[in-house]
Design a protein around this ligand. Sequence first.
Ligand SMILES: [Fe+2]
Ligand SMILES: [Fe+2]
Length: 140
Amino acid sequence: MSNKFVWTNEYSVNVAEIDEQHKEFINIINSLLELEERESFTDEEALMKVSKLGDYAFYHLATEEDLFVKTGYKDAPEHVSVHDMFREKAKDFGDWIRDKNVDKKEVLKEIAEFTGDWLMKHILIMDKKYTEFFNEKGVK
Ligand SMILES: [Fe+2]
Ligand SMILES: [Fe+2]
């Protein structure tokens, strides 16, 4: 039984759209752990979950980066380079889960835990840095 990731107020960046996306992102990560805990699941189900997670991750990072451009956020280059490191890793998730020689349960768990650990830390360390600037620009 894996521990699920939980969004609490501590994770709020005080921008409604972004908080909603973080919550949805966490739900998707947890849904990989729920699948992994099931008695059985098909390769297709595993692939669908991983694709959904990858797509949502890319969508979320792009949403933040669009806001950086719209608001002229000066710390964007550093923040985007941290997103890029995650993208570099996440682009291989699909190949990893399609691999016939891996234990799908293990891979689902590793992808979910890697992504969840990354996201929770990233929100606290990087995302929360833009709160004040975004709020000043009327993004809240
Ligand atoms: Fe974020
Ligand atoms: Fe971010």
